[in-house]
Design a protein around this ligand. Structure first.
Ligand SMILES: NC(=O)CC[C@H](N)C(=O)O
Length: 391
């Protein structure tokens, strides 16, 4: 167990929203300044997975759970090699983290990784503001950078920060080199390369570590390719299936991955997409994407699988969505398509499936490591598509 009282002794900090609303608190994590899109997450657990999810690149995450950091930081839960959030906003940081796996405090980890945060603010009021006004740009300022600077000057800096709409970010977070995640055998051993039941080419647009793992557990050898992979790169691994991952930024900018996906659809290779991957399938089929007012971020979102009628509780992290008709089958260049999943809170499209070839995607996270795991069946669906193709 690690202890830290550093948060209590920290410098004043200020959070400035692009519409001029200001919250004053204390520095949390690194001291300095940071900018991004302010979004809120309602997850009560899983903060390590949230912080290290590459889809949060350039976003300042507000936690609605009032106590954050209670279980410290361990070395097992990160979804990638670093923290990706641009800033972190909490109400009441843990003063005494306690968990058998904890190696250090969250405050120390944020300092170590240079992530600027703010604590001691009314996160409920901030969340309600974002719900009313929508996600917007934000700045957090603490320490010397901020001293003596007028609020108007800080606001001007916030307005200079880039918008999320129109941001093309996948290549900034994705692997530069292809790597292989071996299938996992029945006794937990790595299956020798080239001998797994299935090979999947996964296009990394900001992939979370748990995603190839969930496939590997199902006997799949996963070749993770850079975001810039071409259709030739994808087919060079001789895949039984192709996967498109989650990732940061605006799907309207992802023309490269959309073109690769169209090539995959052309060849009718089994296809699965998650989150950004769902938005790319939407675009490949000819649907539009749009920015949600404040997005879905948390781990208790109700989604209905319309192919079975079942409702599942799911993990979300998306600020954009696909614009597809809910109640009719659409004709697309790749055959008939329908909305397979829908969010029961607001009827947002949460999944797509093609009816004339083996391709589907979801907007949410069946791989969610912190849970819930209701949607894990989607990986089995992908396996079934590959099995059917082989039969
Ligand atoms: N987690 C994701 O893949 C997010 C996709 C996209 N960046 C969005 O915000 O909607």
């Amino acid at each position: 167990m690690t202890t830290s009282t550093r948060g209590a002794a920290k410098a004043p900090a200020v959070l400035v929203l692009e519409d001029g609303r200001i919250f004053r608190g204390r520095a949390y994590g690194a001291v300095g300044e940071t900018f991004g899109e302010a979004v809120f997450s309602t997850g009560m657990t899983g903060y390590q997975e949230t912080l290290t999810d590459p889809s949060y690149h350039r976003q300042v995450v507000v936690m609605t759970a009032p106590h954050v950091g209670n279980t410290g930081v361990n070395d097992e839960d990160p979804e990638s090699g670093r923290i990706w959030v641009a800033g972190y906003v909490v109400r009441d940081p843990a003063r005494l983290p306690s968990n058998w796996r904890s190696r250090r405090s969250l405050d120390d980890e944020l300092v170590e990784q240079g992530v600027v945060g703010i604590s001691g603010i009314d996160t409920r009021a901030l969340t309600r503001h974002l719900r009313e006004r929508g996600a917007m740009r934000v700045g957090i300022f603490s320490g010397e950078a901020w001293k003596g600077v007028r609020d108007e000057a800080l606001l001007a800096r916030v307005k200079e920060a880039p918008q999320m709409q129109g941001a093309n970010l996948s290549a900034e977070v994705a692997t530069k080199e292809t790597y292989v995640v071996p299938a996992i055998g029945p006794d937990g051993e790595a299956v020798p390369l080239g001998t797994a039941k299935f090979t999947v080419a996964a296009v990394d647009l900001g992939i979370k570590g748990m995603t190839p793992r969930r496939m590997a557990e199902r006997g799949i050898e996963v070749h993770v390719l850079p975001a810039t992979a071409t259709a030739e790169d994808v087919y060079a691994v001789n895949p039984d299936g192709v996967f498109f991952s989650n990732g940061p930024g605006d799907p309207a900018t992802a023309d490269g991955p959309v073109a690769v996906m169209r090539a995959v659809l052309e060849r009718r290779t089994p296809l699965f997409g998650i989150c950004f991957g769902n938005q790319i399938l939407g675009r490949a089929l000819g649907f539009g994407t749009y920015k949600l007012k404040y997005g879905h971020r948390g781990i208790n979102q109700p989604v209905q699988d319309r192919t079975t009628g079942k409702v599942e509780v799911t993990a979300h992290n998306h600020g954009f969505a696909v614009d597809a008709p809910l109640d009719k089958v659409s004709k697309t260049p790749f055959g008939r398509a329908e909305v397979s999943h829908v969010c029961l809170n607001d009827q947002v499209v949460e999944g797509l499936q093609l009816l004339d070839q083996p391709a589907f995607s979801v907007q949410y996270h069946p791989e969610a490591a912190a849970g819930p795991h209701d949607a894990a069946y989607l990986f089995d669906r992908f396996v079934s598509l590959m099995e059917a193709e082989r039969a």
